[in-house]
Ligand binder design. Structure first.
Ligand code: ADP
Ligand code: ZN
Length: 607
């Protein structure tokens, strides 16, 4: 057995590496640099934690997430790893203590904020210490292209110049090719071995439904499928996060808002509640989420559509990091499409930049409107292929009907043309359905050849047609006139009759909301025991002031329920139980299990 396998089993309690963890770890142990691209939940942390334990000296982890360092360090200490952090939350005495530990060689891992690391004092300290490796977490923060850019990350190329013999491992979940290139360039990682792990997250169920009554749809999704679960609800605006959180709270859910406009204290408090308590629903803008490594987020819901597939993938990827079933649920509608198209065309930046943004938005809209497997489309976007439909997305589970929308699309496009490309959807539908509204008469649209030719479709059906035409860029949204639709070059063949178009038949809400209850508990689990184990975990977490998942993950508790260990030897074989946790918690949990199966007996046999 290699040293890294031994550590995996005894310290972390895991049976085997997930590829390509083993190769990455081997590379770094033997002193090589690595650039690791792995989806959220893929298991990046082990890739530097284990080499840091195997190599002599202390591993230095650079992470922008000061608020999370404490939890990361607590989790490592639970495993018996000697870990600490240096950031602005420590006072002078605590800082000195950590520095002394580092110099004494008693630390295995040290987390440092980038702005701290690049200070002379800190570099002078590192000069005098034995360093096993540098891990640069959230490495996409060096990229000015993405949205998480941190100026301090640009300084990190000095690591290579100053410590040429210390291996460096940069890690990110951001897939974008351009970002990857920038990381490699700016961190001077041209020579590093590149590792990419598969992007598939098979435990996440992707669903994208039509927005009808957003609040009710969200509430019934939460009540039906996620009673008592932790999850994130993403909204586009700060106001909306507050409104939705307040409304969910009024409905009896434990919901909190999070956005960059809240003061730092409130943000920290809400984040801590989300991490520490069971079942908090965080209603947030995209300001929330990076580096949240809470493994038991059971759902990510989007009330507004993200601008790119990358964002969608990253945000939904925060669900189900523990590998247990999780939901990525989104609703979107015509207004989202119009709003985003408008935002894009009004954004500052070069023509090239705008074109790139449009291109990305089109891909996102394509994912929403697609009638085949969503996972296949998603993976395809990241350059991977899935040979068979996944069986775990809405398209696979409840195939959508399509209909020949050629005739309807032609009518819609013609209504746009005949009214001078100056009107929004509502008016265009009135024209098509032959309405008698004042506006119709004001513009004398009752005389148009398209007036009243579309009575066979109702309002919602027409909205669906327009949404799909905008989403597929047959129509564009006029900036000058709020919401006015205009014809794009692309619609010529359709108007001429040279092209057919298949449209999605939108599902009525009732049908879409039909299925299933809780997603994640296996059917054969003893719920009473499960709750008792959770209670035991909660008490232990509270005693130590750490999040419950730092004690044991849900999957570990589930394995206790299914294998019902009766002694410490059996307990030690459960995934996620390493030596330290066996010592610390074995007895407490065994007691719960034994009491549960035989209330009269409380003694525990040894090995
Ligand atoms: P990320 O890539 O998002 O940083 P983490 O390092 O937090 O992912 O790992 C995600 C989850 O997978 C964690 O709960 C971790 O303990 C678990 N994990 C990682 N590697 C393994 C493994 N080889 N076997 C079992 N579980 C693993
Ligand atoms: Zn599918």
């Amino acid at each position: 057995m290699t040293p890294q396998q031994h550590i995996l089993q005894t310290v972390f309690g895991y049976e085997s590496f997930r590829p390509p963890q083993d190769e990455i770890i081997q590379t770094v142990i033997s002193g090589g640099d690595a650039l690791v691209l792995m989806p959220t939940g893929g298991g990046k942390s082990l890739c530097y934690q284990i080499p840091a334990l195997v190599r002599p000296g202390c591993g230095v982890v650079i992470s922008p997430l000061i608020a999370l360092m404490q939890d990361q360090v607590s989790a490592l200490r639970q495993l018996g790893v000697s870990a600490s952090f240096l950031n602005s939350t420590l006072d002078a005495a605590a800082t000195r203590e950590v520095e002394e530990q580092l110099l004494a060689g008693t630390l295995d891992l040290l987390y440092i904020a980038p702005e701290r690391l690049t200070q002379d004092r800190c570099l002078a300290l590192l000069d005098r210490a034995v360093i096993s490796l540098f891990a640069i977490d959230e490495a996409h923060c060096v990229s000015q292209w993405g949205h998480d850019f941190r100026a301090d990350y640009l300084q990190l190329s000095l690591l290579h110049q100053r410590y040429p013999d210390v291996p460096r491992i940069a890690l990110t979940a951001t897939a974008d090719a351009r970002t990857r290139q920038e990381i490699s360039l700016r961190l001077d990682l041209g020579e590093a071995r590149k590792f990419t792990a598969g992007f598939d997250r098979p435990n996440i169920r992707y669903r994208i439904a039509l927005k009808q009554n957003a609040r009710q749809q969200l509430l019934s999704f939460l009540r039906r499928e996620h009673d008592g679960d932790a999850g994130i609800v993403y909204c586009m605006s700060r106001n909306k996060t507050e409104e939705i959180a307040a409304w969910l709270s009024a409905q009896g859910l434990d919901a909190l808002p999070y956005h960059a406009g809240l003061d730092a204290g409130t943000r920290a408090a809400h984040q801590a509640r989300f991490l520490r308590d069971d079942g908090v629903v965080m209603v947030a803008t995209i300001a929330f989420g990076m580096g949240i490594d809470k493994p038991d987020v059971r759902f990510v819901a989007h009330l507004d559509m993200p601008k790119t597939v990358e964002s969608y993938y990253q945000e939904t990827g925060r669900a189900g990091r523990d590998g247990e079933p999780a939901n990525a649920w989104m609703i979107y509608g015509l207004q989202d499409v119009i709003k985003l198209r408008q935002m894009m065309s009004s954004s500052a930046g070069s023509e090239e930049h705008k074109r790139a943004e449009q291109h990305r938005l089109n891909a996102m809209l394509g994912l929403c409107e697609i009638t085949s497997c969503r996972r296949q489309a998603l993976l395809n976007y990241f350059g991977e292929s899935l040979p068979e439909p996944c069986g775990n997305c809405d398209s696979c589970l409840e195939p959508v009907d399509t209909w020949d929308g050629t005739e309807a699309a032609r009518m819609a496009l013609s209504a746009v043309y005949r009214t001078g490309q100056r009107f929004g959807v509502n008016h265009l539908i009135e024209v098509l359905r032959g309405s008698n509204s004042d506006k119709i008469f004001q513009f004398e649209h009752q005389h148009l050849p398209t007036y009243g030719i579309g009575k066979q479709l109702d309002n919602n059906q027409w909205r669906s047609v327009f949404r799909q035409l905008v989403a597929r860029a047959y129509l564009s949204v006029d900036l000058e006139r709020f919401g006015a639709l205009r014809l794009e070059e692309k619609c010529r063949p359709l108007l001429r009759g040279d092209e057919q178009i298949e449209l999605r038949r939108d599902q009525p809400q009732a049908k879409a909301a039909r299925r299933q209850t809780r997603t994640h508990l296996p059917a054969d689990i003893d719920v009473a025991l499960w709750e008792a184990l959770r209670e035991c975990r909660r008490q232990l977490a509270e005693e130590q002031g750490v999040p419950p998942y730092v004690i044991f993950h849900d999957s570990t508790l589930q394995e206790m329920c299914t294998t019902l260990p009766r002694n410490t030897a059996q307990f030690g074989r459960i995934t996620g139980v390493g030596e330290r946790k066996l010592d610390k918690y074995g007895t407490r949990f065994l007691q719960v299990i034994l009491q549960h199966s035989d209330p009269a007996r409380t003694g525990i046999s040894g090995v």
